[in-house]
Design a protein around this ligand. Structure first.
Ligand code: AMP
Length: 215
């Protein structure tokens, strides 16, 4: 299955997508994580992307589409994949459809996760991630066992993302509304849109997600 997780920053795409992909033996493709890796390695792409990411703006479509084209050809993605953070614009969605069509493949479903803005801002400002494996913890709702280090990498200190400051979060929400939200209509028009409420206990959200996209 090839599934897109849609929704604003902080709604749980990464957390839920990681679990869905792991339990189904599929690849989790997170363009945000790919870019953060490039930033950490200080590659030319990373240097270019960092400024945009820190400002809460989007990286150019052609750059991201190129990354996803390569990533979806890797062996672990052949059985299917869960996309987190891509597509984020209508041109990206068009490019995705075209690249999959070249391979006689298609997207099976786009799941829109929803939560109120104030909840998103609250969650993002208490979000901490492991720089080693990118697992996300939340000091309010899902803290790590000792509160400071990753459960899977006990010697690694968790850190906050540079773009999780309140000002940048509000900018990212605006970018989401202007550039990404039109994708909801795009996938609804294709008959592929499913809606899942992203609030409440993580297990309940996950249950609703798996019901929305049966294996
Ligand atoms: P995320 O981890 O999905 O919240 O992404 C973090 C940042 O990476 C975004 O605010 C953008 O600057 C950039 N980014 C991630 N995915 C995309 C994409 N599909 N298109 C453009 N920029 C992206």
């Amino acid at each position: 299955m090839r599934v897109i997780l849609l929704g604003p920053p902080g709604v749980g795409k990464g957390t839920q997508g990681r679990r869905l992909a792991t339990e189904r033996g599929q690849a989790l493709i997170s363009t945000g994580d790919m870019l953060r890796d490039a930033v950490a390695r200080q590659t030319p792409l990373g240097v270019q992307a960092k400024k945009l990411m820190d400002a809460g703006s989007l990286v150019p479509d052609d750059v991201i589409v190129g990354l996803v084209r390569e990533r979806t050809l890797e062996p672990d993605a052949l059985a299917g994949f869960v996309l987190d953070g891509f597509p984020r614009t209508v041109p990206q969605a068009e490019a995705l459809d075209a690249m999959l069509a070249e391979r006689s493949l298609k997207i099976d479903a786009a799941v829109l996760l929803t939560a109120p803005d104030e909840e998103l801002v609250r969650r993002l400002s208490s979000r901490w991630e492991c720089p080693e494996c990118r697992r996300v913890f939340n000091t309010l709702t899902a803290p790590s066992k000792d509160g400071r280090r990753c459960d899977d990498h006990p010697s690694t200190e968790l850190r906050q993302r540079a773009d999780d400051t309140e000002e940048t979060v509000r900018k990212r929400l605006e970018v989401y509304r202007n550039q990404t939200a039109p994708l909801v209509g795009w996938y609804r028009g294709q008959g592929k849109l499913k809606e899942v409420q992203g609030t409440g206990p993580l297990d309940d959200v996950y249950g609703a997600l798996t019901r929305a996209v049966p294996d």
